[in-house]
Ligand binder design. Structure first.
Ligand SMILES: [Zn+2]
Length: 219
């Protein structure tokens, strides 16, 4: 696909399955170090986009500097509606952002994108294991939202294996965020039931660059 062909605003709504395939292909290019022409941030493309946007996927990802959604999926201006917050947590403003994009742009794929060795998940495990250590007060606005997804893991044998613990905790946190988006909004529930919206969970590997979609992916 060339840059010009992605900037036509007459393009049809892109079904979730097709959007997912685009992300898979883009991530494969990223992993292979091949850049697509479609990611051109040219002046002409910018001008076209000034009139409107039709992002084909909504990404709720972590703020971690190593996981910029547009880069790891090899996408360009106007392709992705991205919400980033430490720990890819779901608070009311994140739900509102997803509702806005899904409602206004008819975007039909939502991806919760966690990543290996997430610092927000590590900070939460740390807070649970060493509750009396001093921490900045507002950190708890993140930690308290990650806590319910990872607390139960500390009651298992995983607590003796820090690497396995963080791996499972990252995925548990993604699953909970995806579930909160599926069930925390009347609008999103209705779009899922009637308009083909899907919410999937994925994990980006800092080591390999690969994004694995592991939760809510249609067969
Ligand atoms: Zn993170």
């Amino acid at each position: 696909m060339i840059a010009g062909s992605v900037s036509q605003f007459v393009r049809q709504m892109i079904p979730a399955i097709e959007a997912l395939q685009r992300l898979r292909e883009g991530n494969a290019r990223f992993v292979a170090d091949v850049r697509s022409h479609a990611t051109d941030a040219s002046r002409a493309h910018r001008g076209d986009l000034a009139d409107g946007q039709e992002p084909f996927a909504i990404i709720l990802g972590c703020s971690d500097s190593r996981v910029p959604a547009e880069i790891v999926f090899d996408q360009g201006l106007g392709d992705l509606f991205v919400i980033r917050v430490a720990g890819n947590i779901v608070a009311p403003s994140q739900i509102g952002s997803v509702e806005f994009a899904a409602g206004k742009f008819r975007t039909r794929l939502v991806v919760v994108l966690g990543h290996s060795r997430c610092g927000a998940v590590e900070a939460t495990l740390d807070a649970l294991q060493q509750p009396s250590a001093p921490r900045p007060r507002h950190l708890y606005s993140i930690v308290d939202r990650v806590r319910p997804s990872v607390e139960a893991l500390l009651a298992t044998d995983l607590r003796h294996d820090p690497d396995a613990l963080i791996r499972d905790a990252v995925r548990a946190n993604v699953r909970v965020s995806a579930s909160q988006l599926r069930h925390g909004s009347d609008l999103l529930e209705s779009l899922i039931a009637r308009e083909g919206l899907i919410v999937v969970g994925a994990e980006y590997s800092l080591e390999s660059g690969v994004v694995e979609f592991f939760d809510g992916v249609p067969a």
